[in-house]
Design a protein around this ligand. Structure first.
Ligand SMILES: [Mg+2]
Length: 169
């Protein structure tokens, strides 16, 4: 169980990741959680810094998708401005929706990096799927109510993680 909840890589934010190292290992696709990973949970639109990040990654050749448990309206509005394809109502950590997305893309899990801010949704899903799992610190201090409960439990686990690699990949 611990193995399933341990991220491959831990970092402070999406702005502090070794993308060239991921690329060398054969990864080509970035699946990003939305709330508190690429944006504060209560900010409807992407900030300038994230828009620049998207352009930089795309220029490097990465494909980027947003995979969120949040609703369609929130995800579509954000993605329209960021010029990204987004998927809402993912039901992370359940894998059925993500399985469907990967299948429809005709992609292989070993080309996908999943970046998220929560252990019990993002990391757990990514590890089940065979993606490279990346855990970032949450962008904002606040959370939706259901997330607050997960955070309590997550706090214990996070204490056991170190920034950088947490297991081999
Ligand atoms: Mg999140």
């Amino acid at each position: 169980m611990m193995e399933q909840l341990t991220p491959h890589f831990c970092t402070t934010s999406i702005y502090d990741l070794p993308f060239s190292e991921f690329w060398e290992k054969g990864y080509r696709i970035l699946f990003c959680d939305l709330d508190n990973t690429v944006s504060a949970f209560d900010q409807p639109l992407p900030e300038e810094r994230f828009l620049n990040w998207v352009v930089e990654r795309k220029n490097e050749g990465w494909e980027i998708y947003i995979l969120s448990n949040n609703g369609k309206e929130r995800v579509e509005k954000f993605c329209r401005v960021a010029n990204l394809t987004g998927f809402s109502n993912l039901y992370k950590p359940l894998r059925f929706r993500t399985d469907q997305i990967v299948k429809e893309m005709g992609e292989s899990p070993d080309r996908i990096v999943f970046i998220g801010d929560q252990v019990f949704t993002d990391v757990w899903l990514a590890n089940q799927m065979g993606f490279l799992s990346v855990l970032v610190d949450p962008v904002a201090k606040g959370d939706l109510l259901k997330t607050k409960i997960n955070r309590k439990m997550e706090g214990f686990l996070r204490k056991g993680f170190t920034y950088g690699k947490n297991k081999s990949w």
